[in-house]
Ligand binder design. Structure first.
Ligand code: C2O
Ligand code: CU
Length: 451
């Protein structure tokens, strides 16, 4: 009696044990028992779709559509995807953010062989977390994603929530040539000396000016995904209070305002929006504040008879780790991010001075807490993504931050240093890379072995 928890933690081991226990409460190590198997067919192939402003655009697509299909399952259901590659290149599917068995992670040369043209592959796993995830190739990724190959995996809660609507909005930008078709020059020197491939034409679900009709009083869950190769967005709804309830597929600890949040390639933000009862006839614009001036990306148009607004709390995660005192611990692993001349593209993006394929993998012990530092020595953006793990930001440029949410991808601004805390729960060989796809292609990728 009379001792504080800090005194109890004199031994570093006790503190570590507390960190590990805090994470263990935040999300489960194991997948729930499968209740049934949901089967999907996915086929990747070149096709022509009406896209952007309604033009015929030659793309590479899953099941003939861009974005690809939204696969919806309930937590506890097993996902079985029969995939057929009808592309002119080899490919794989990576399930971004999903804690899959390692063999299902879709990384050629690491977790599976690339799937050659004409070949098939079956992906099978039971998601461990309810949330918004996505899938995309992990081979010649800048070109394959840049041509339109990506889709969404929504893992619904076992018990349905009370939203009047649950919608997916996928953001992408298109770099077109003079002929109005996708510019076929991928991983250019320009892309590499900047923040990857940025296109002028931004779309939501493939449309330049998406309009979605909603009724007064509706309460919607809008799942936002940045599927761009390199573009970062800073989103807000003009005139509406949008609350972030989940980041990168994990519920937040409490509602967080959308204002000021940046969305980098790979990131998902699920927002909770209530349309005011008296808003009939009004429109609310989804604005992008990233860049020289705000632009409108899409519009919610209010029409029709009002509906009763459902009242309920989303399943906030009350058990997010706090990890107080974590910054007093030593850094277990530092990743310095930088560029240099050389390599097949003329510019290489490096992690600790090395490119993909030349590093010793980082070895982390399953279930052990680690403090990891990302140090951006460059003047470019790097959204760093770790496969199969969630982590929490502890500090930015040495200043402690207490974000009430977890991430699988964190954006490093120019010259920024970010410390994260993490407890790997899943055995396997996991990629860690910049999600600016051109940076990853030019070397900015390494491996973490969880043993
Ligand atoms: Cu969406 Cu290896 O990434
Ligand atoms: Cu980068």
């Amino acid at each position: 009696p009379g001792t504080t928890s800090a005194q109890h933690e004199k031994s570093p081991d006790a503190q570590l044990a507390r960190f590990e226990a805090e994470l263990a409460r935040a999300y489960p190590a194991d997948a729930p028992k499968p209740t049934k198997t949901r089967e999907f067919e996915l086929r990747a192939a070149p096709t022509t779709v009406k896209q952007i402003d309604g033009r015929d655009l030659d793309v590479w697509a899953y099941n003939g559509q861009v974005p690809g299909p939204v696969l919806r399952v309930k937590l506890g259901e097993e996902v079985l995807v029969r995939f057929k590659n009808d592309l002119p290149q080899a490919t794989t599917i990576h399930w971004h953010g999903v804690r899959v068995p390692n063999a299902m992670d879709g990384v050629p040369g690491v977790t599976q062989d690339a799937i050659e043209p004409g070949e098939s592959f079956e992906y099978r796993f039971v998601p461990k977390d309810a949330g918004t995830f996505w899938f995309h190739p992990h081979h010649q990724t800048p070109e394959q994603v840049g041509r339109g190959l990506y889709g969404v995996l929504v893992v619904e809660d076992a018990e349905p929530l009370g939203y009047t609507r649950d919608e997916m909005w996928v953001l992408d930008d298109w770099k077109l040539g003079r002929d109005g078709q996708i510019d076929p020059r991928f991983v250019t020197r320009h892309d590499l000396s900047h923040d990857g491939r940025w296109g002028r034409d931004i779309t939501v679900n493939g449309e330049s000016h998406k309009v979605m009709e909603v009724r007064p009083g509706e309460r919607l869950r809008l799942r936002l995904l940045d599927a761009s190769n390199g573009r970062v967005y800073q989103l807000r709804f003009d005139g509406l209070d949008a609350k972030v309830i989940a980041t990168d597929g994990m519920y937040t600890g409490k509602p967080v305002t959308l204002l000021g949040q940046k969305t980098a390639p790979g990131n998902r933000l699920d927002v909770d929006i209530t349309i005011p009862k008296d808003a009939a006839g009004k429109s609310f614009a989804l604005m992008n504040d990233f860049g020289r001036q705000p632009t409108v990306l899409a519009t919610l148009k209010v029409a029709g008879e009002p509906v009763e607004t459902p009242t309920f709390e989303p399943p906030f995660n009350p058990n997010l780790p706090k990890w107080e005192g974590a910054l007093e611990r030593d850094i277990d692993q530092t990743y310095v991010l930088d560029a240099r001349r050389g390599g097949p593209h003329g510019i290489e993006w490096t992690i600790n001075g090395e490119v993909w394929g030349t590093h010793e993998p980082t070895v982390l012990k399953e279930g052990r807490w680690k403090r990891i530092r990302f140090q951006n020595d460059s003047f470019r953006l790097h959204p760093m993504h770790i496969h199969g793990q969630f982590f929490k930001v502890l500090a930015r440029n040495g200043v402690p931050v207490d974000e009430p949410f977890l991430r699988d991808t964190v954006l490093l601004e120019r010259k920024e240093v970010i410390d994260v805390g993490m407890v790997p729960l899943d055995w396997g060989y996991w990629m860690m890379h910049c999600h600016i796809l051109e940076h990853a292609e030019a070397g900015m990728m390494t491996e973490i072995h969880v043993e």
